[in-house]
Write a protein that binds this ligand. Structure first.
Ligand code: NAD
Length: 290
């Protein structure tokens, strides 16, 4: 396929490289000066999009996505697929999809889970909203860039799935960390705590697969000085998107709201920026009840 790829950063770069390596004809564009193996660079987003069967965007936020979409939609061929893989607010995803449909394009919002490691190794999970025919066309590309793609319904539903998942993830990480800090104060050994919880009803992905306590459970960022992994800043971004969506939909999400406030405090006031989101554990270790 002829693919346009806009936004060749930490995630988009390796995703585009994997598509090129699989034999697709990839033309990319990024505002920053980048070089991606196998990818031809264009001078603008519109140039990268021109004549492509599928245009992929992997951008920082909804505002930038809306601006890029305005530029590239008029350049795209009728019947081609606009595939946005960025994590953005549900409203922007739906607005961009409406503009794409008005230009007779097939629109998909397909945020990912799996991080830079997953982007590099081609093992991302895609949560996809939008046109079923577009999904069928893009499936071949999802299979190269990832290991699973789930069609979640109409436009915006990929973003909805992503922020609901990450609201669970953020809240679960916090409670896992506070439970470890409580166990410490009660004199309960961390390994014993892990052995019990990981095989009891308190188990979770954060405990079993990404344990925030160093030296306990499988290898995780905790064993590497809390280098991300998944940065606390990105968790805060996703929790804020979840709260934005909850406010717009009048959904009551008290734990999601509390998790957002805690990550906000951690990132903006307590030096959590640049650390893995599991560094909540050393944060709790240092604190008392007030
Ligand atoms: P990044 O900042 O490394 O990459 C974004 C790229 O977009 C940059 O290279 C930037 O120069 C480029 N860009 C910005 N404005 C542009 C424009 N107008 N035209 C062309 N290029 C432009 O970010 P990333 O880590 O690659 O994340 C991309 C998206 O993926 C975000 O929405 C993020 O939330 C999501 N995501 C990231 C991770 C992760 O672990 N990094 C995991 C899952 C999802």
């Amino acid at each position: 396929m002829k693919i346009g790829f806009i936004g060749l950063g930490n995630m988009g770069g390796p995703m585009a490289a994997n598509l090129a390596e699989a034999g697709h004809d990839v033309t990319g564009f990024d505002m920053a000066d980048v070089t991606i193996e196998g990818v031809t660079l264009a001078n603008s987003g519109a140039d990268a999009a021109k004549g492509a069967d599928v245009v992929i965007t992997m951008l920082p936020n909804g505002q930038i996505l809306r601006a890029v979409a305005k530029e590239i939609i008029p350049a795209m061929s009728e019947g081609s697929v606009f595939l946005d893989c960025s994590t953005v607010d549900v409203e922007s995803a739906r607005a961009v999809a409406d503009d794409a449909k008005a230009a007779v394009l097939m629109a998909l919002d397909a945020p990912v889970s799996g991080g830079v490691g997953g982007a590099t190794s081609g093992t991302l999970t895609f949560m996809v909203g939008g046109d079923q025919n577009g999904f069928n066309i893009a499936k071949e590309l999802f299979d190269i860039m990832g290991q699973k793609a789930v069609h979640c319904g109409p436009s915006g539903n990929g973003q909805a799935a992503k922020i609901c998942n990450n609201m669970i993830l953020g809240a679960t990480m916090i409670v896992t960390c506070e439970a470890f800090a409580l166990a410490d104060k009660l004199g309960l050994d961390r390994q014993a705590m892990f052995d019990v919880v990981s095989t009891s009803s308190g188990y979770s992905w954060t405990m079993n697969a990404y344990c925030p306590a160093p030296g306990v459970g499988p290898q995780s960022p905790a064993d590497n000085g809390y280098q991300p992994g998944f940065a606390a800043d990105l968790m805060l971004k996703d929790l804020r998107l979840a709260q934005q969506a909850a406010a717009a939909a009048d959904a009551d999400t008290p734990i999601g709201q509390a998790a957002t406030a805690l990550y906000e405090q951690f990132v903006e006031q307590e030096g959590g920026t640049g650390q893995d989101f599991s560094a909540m554990l050393p944060r709790f270790e240092k604190r008392g009840r007030t």
